[in-house]
Write a protein of this length. Structure first.
Length: 582
């Protein structure tokens, strides 16, 4: 499995860092970076398929300096590598196979690579000899090409300062609403992630302007996600994404950061519209993480995989016969409600064919299902379904559980602690607030902040931890957390602050693709600059000290030209702008 570090690995992997780079320079060999994640299915497939091959191992060991990188542990490097892939190939996706010159200039990159190539995808056995030959015989041309790629990467990272008119908020809302899936919620017509920062922005804009469509988009998306298979209906929590627009074909890994963001947006839905079902989803999401990802005294684990230690991927799946055997006379109703079929509703990702097994998703809202079943009260239906879920949960606990990634990431812990404090406040769950305060105390007691282990903290780490302190302050009125947030802010400014502008992503610039960068556009999660802008607005609201507002505006406007070009891509930054405008 990726990142497992088995002693019997055929490839002599180096750790990412100065030692590997120095070896590359001394031996004049290109670096091969394999960047992936323990919870990524394609990463594990590539690892087992290609890196256990004797010929691939021989080529990598003799002609390259092979480095295995866990993308969550080195987020700046991983982000730069993904940008290279988009520039060179016009696409994204993990894993990434990146080839660098000894001075860290990229000259070849590909996402998933099979052992042997196909007409539309390169393979290791085809590419490695070719890359070796080019390095030895066409070195000058290859280096020139790498410099051109690096220059394109630097140009794509340039930020342009500009004032952002209030009308940009409307433009962002319209851009997002135009992309809204009117049937299933979320955005776009293909596979989906939980679009949290976009939905929180629409909620903020609805609060500010009374935009009814924004509120409807939030409710539609929350309903779609909560009914779909992206949510684990038995154990709580959210899977990382779905491959379809209906939220019914999940990739089963569960990431801590997704639990944090999903809980926040469902608590927001409950706070805005009072729908008890949204409260329940948020509560079950936090409960999943507390039961499965919490390590007292250490913090919250990064994730839970899609597969067990022995490679079984069926933990979340059921056959129709298994449902019949478990639920008896109530099986028919349960199967109709949750879309269970004899041929299986779960489509196998690699083949595109029915798997013969089923994943749970509600086929319609409870009130409509109750009507279809001839029930006058939807609560009667929910009571029956709850009994069925309880039986299946008990049976599932007898199965071997998917593996967990025991890394403690400061940024993801910050997001989750912020979610605990915020949800505890909005949902009147004081136990969540108490735990948030305890975890903030743990982080503060550890002293200097690191990303993980001895890897230096990034902007994202500081931004998320400051957010957690401020949410805890807002939920407890304990001035300690406001003052500690202010002290962390001072340290953040020392490490990452750019005078009159936003923040760079890391403390030190490196050579090649590790040049100093700053960006404010959201990815799957809010950008560090956007989180910091909101932190500054919160401090201004709490203290009425104008310097915080002024600094927030500097951060926001430092990405002004990008915001005006693609306003919907800066949702969390625009949430801060909406809060700071009169």
């Amino acid at each position: 499995m990726f990142g497992s570090g088995h002693d019997d690995d055929l490839i002599r992997w180096s750790s990412w860092g100065e030692k590997a780079v120095r070896r590359s320079k001394e031996e004049h060999k290109p670096l091969f970076l394999y960047i992936g994640s323990p919870t990524c299915r394609l990463c594990n497939i590539e690892y087992r398929e290609s890196f256990a091959n004797d010929e691939v191992a021989k080529l990598l060991n003799e002609d390259f300096v092979p480095v295995r990188v866990e993308r969550e542990s080195f987020p700046i490097l991983s982000d730069s590598a993904m940008s290279v892939n988009r520039i060179m190939n016009g696409s994204g996706g993990w894993p990434l196979n990146l080839f660098l010159t000894p001075d860290l200039k990229p000259f070849f990159v590909s996402s998933y690579m099979p052992l042997k190539g196909t007409p539309d995808r390169p393979g290791f056995l085809d590419c490695l000899p070719r890359i070796k030959w080019l390095w030895l015989t066409e070195n000058e041309a290859l280096v020139r090409a790498s410099e051109e790629v690096l220059e394109s990467l630097k140009k794509s990272a340039v930020t342009e300062t500009s004032d952002i008119p209030e009308s940009t908020l409307k433009a962002a809302s319209e851009e997002l609403l135009n992309d809204l899936d009117e049937l299933w919620g979320g955005f776009g017509q293909g596979g989906k992630f939980t679009p949290v920062q976009e939905l929180l922005f629409l909620s903020e804009y609805d609060r500010r302007t009374g935009c009814k469509r924004c509120g409807e988009a939030l409710r539609l998306s929350l309903d779609g996600m909560s009914m779909g298979a992206i949510r684990d209906h038995l154990g709580g929590g959210f899977h990382s994404c779905t491959l379809d627009r209906e939220w019914r074909r999940p990739r089963f890994e569960k990431l801590l950061v997704d639990q944090a963001m999903a809980a926040m947006v469902f608590a927001e839905g409950f706070d805005r519209y009072g729908k008890v079902f949204h409260w329940r989803v948020a509560d079950e999401t936090l409960a999943y993480a507390l039961l499965n990802l919490y390590s007292p005294g250490r913090g919250f684990l990064a994730s839970q995989s899609y597969e067990t230690e022995d490679g079984d991927m069926d933990y979340y799946l059921w056959t129709s016969d298994e449902i019949d055997s478990a639920l008896g006379e109530n099986a028919g109703l349960f199967k109709r409600a949750y879309g269970i079929t004899d041929e299986g509703n779960y489509i196998e990702e690699t083949t595109g064919s029915p798997s013969g097994k089923n994943v749970l998703f509600l086929t319609a809202p409870l009130d409509r299902l109750a009507e279809d079943e001839g029930m006058e009260d939807e609560q009667d239906l929910e009571d029956l379904l709850a009994k069925g879920r309880q039986v299946l949960s008990s049976l599932r606990r007898e199965r071997l559980e998917p593996e967990k990634d025991g890394r403690i990431l400061s940024d993801w812990n910050g997001f989750f602690i912020a979610a605990l404090a915020r949800c505890g406040r909005l949902m009147d769950r004081r136990n969540y607030v108490a735990l948030a305060e305890r975890e903030c105390s743990r982080i503060w007691s550890e002293g200097e902040l690191f990303h993980i282990g001895d890897i230096p903290a990034t902007l994202d780490d500081y931004a998320a931890v400051i957010w957690s302190f401020l949410e805890t302050y807002r939920s407890t009125d304990n001035m300690v957390w406001r003052e500690r947030a202010k002290k962390l802010l001072v340290r953040c400014e020392e490490l990452f602050g750019l005078e009159g502008r936003g923040y760079r992503l890391s403390e030190c610039a490196g050579e090649g693709i590790l040049f100093a960068r700053s960006h404010g556009r959201d990815g799957l999660y809010p950008s560090g600059n956007a989180v910091m802008a909101n932190n500054l607005v919160t401090l201004w609201e709490c203290t009425e000290e104008k310097d915080y507002r002024d600094r927030a505006i500097e951060v926001i406007t430092s990405f002004g030209e990008g915001v005006k070009r693609v306003p919907g891509g800066y949702s969390h930054l625009l949430t801060a702008l909406s809060r700071v405008l009169p």
